[in-house]
Design a protein around this ligand. Sequence first.
Ligand code: PMP
Length: 402
Amino acid sequence: MDITSLLSHRTLSMSGSGIRRAFELGAKLKDPINLSIGQPDFPVARAVKDAAIRAINDDRNGYSLSRGIPELTTALATKLQTDVGWSFSGLGDSSADASDLLVTTGTSGALVLIAMAILNPGDEIIFPDPYFVLYPALSTITDAKAVYCDTYPDFRLTAARVEKLITPRTKAVLLNSPGNPGGVVMSERDCAELLDLCKRKNILLISDEIYDEFTYSESRTQRAARSDADKSLKCPSPCRLPGAAAHTLLIRGFGKTYGNTGWRLGYAAGPRKLIEQMIKLQQFSFVCAPTPLQWGVLEAIHADASLQVADYQKRRDLVVSALSTVTDLATPGGAFYAFPKIPDKLGMTGSQFLEAAIAKNVILVNGGTFSQRDTHFRLSYAVPQHKLEAGLEVLTNLLSGR
Ligand code: PMP
């Protein structure tokens, strides 16, 4: 059978992820310094694992509601009410004009559902370049058009940069702060200007906040915390600003924050009319997020990640002090990535630099995996400190042309 002739244009137009390529190259090395992995290196908390195991042993293994188990959706509504100040009154009550939410199969599940809910063929979605690898695929699977917003060299998706790209076909702007691959955190002012632009143009602002807990002290702010009940310092988010509830879709995950990326759990919150459509699409695709694991993350919802974040902040500091002397580096304010430039004097593309690093036993991801240009590389510092230090020594030498 000629399988190729059966394949859709959408499948054929997608190339495999460069992250997977780094993974395959790394598999050939003996004890490599692997700085390519976008996953926390701490174990899942015992209580969270126990809650999932209990759910399995108690036979809570069937489908859940498409929106998620009521215990989890209620807990998330309470959490978001205090954090971003949205009103979730009457969850599931379609007459009420409040915010709503659903539990999804990872943050990726939420992104795919919102793309399917709003994009018709030819519609446009604007996102930053460099971007998380799934973003361009969101338009491929919906026959929409990906509009890349060049954010070099500081990786901020500012209103001024976005405004030039808006057309009558623009349906959404996709913001990711703290960002992958740059780790850059938008300021409160950046968020306010972007939200204001989206409101004026009747465009949905999608805020992918998968790394929100991984925000370092200097990038957190208090002013935006709207609730008296929650005065803690937060990552700036457009979702906390006045009027945001009607114009933004907030997407967050559990995998990065609690170290269980393989559980495939995330959530999306936004205007009820939008969430209803996402739930409908979930019914006919993913059906629901894994039920016993929803019970597991319910246990994690109030967990305090501050010790891990402080630890990552120290590693971030190591990365910045080692690399900023030898190349241009936008300081990461969050997540656990850095996206340094390959100095022009080396005359190397990201892919060539990746090969050079692999020859020295260090695995990275080349910038072209996340961008229309291949001039940078991504390193993840979610690795033990001794590995990071060894990797930084190799990279500092390579970047200095030694
Ligand atoms: N958004 C961003 C910015 C990411 O970096 C990732 C994962 N690396 C995702 C979404 C998808 O996360 P999940 O594993 O929850 O689907």
